[in-house]
Write a protein of this length. Structure first.
Length: 99
């Protein structure tokens, strides 16, 4: 199953991505081999993730999340629906907290 995820980087920025293997992708990010962005901001930790029914859905959710302002991304991390400023939470998939 595809997943969309948010990472919290060492500099407190957030990185959004999607993958079919969450554990392997997180390990690749922390090894510095998954993304130029996270390579310069190690270590990273999984802050939020959601499962999606297919790759297309995951890619659409990733694009939608990348367009969110930071406060809305933080609301997702906290599991707060009200923080999405009227955006339908369903667009982002089923919630799985990273805590």
């Amino acid at each position: 199953m595809p997943w969309v995820y948010l990472l919290r980087c060492a500099d407190d920025t957030l990185y959004c991505g999607w993958t079919v293997d969450l554990d392997k992708r997180l390990a690749a990010h922390n090894a510095g081999t998954a993304s130029r962005y996270t390579r310069r901001r190690l270590p990273v930790e999984l802050a939020w993730f959601r499962e999606h029914p297919d790759r297309s859905s995951a890619m659409k959710a990733e694009a939608a999340i990348k367009n969110l302002p930071r406060p809305d991304k933080l609301a997702l991390v906290r599991g707060e629906r009200k923080g999405l400023r009227g955006r339908p939470e369903q667009a982002y998939g089923r919630h799985h907290g990273a805590n």
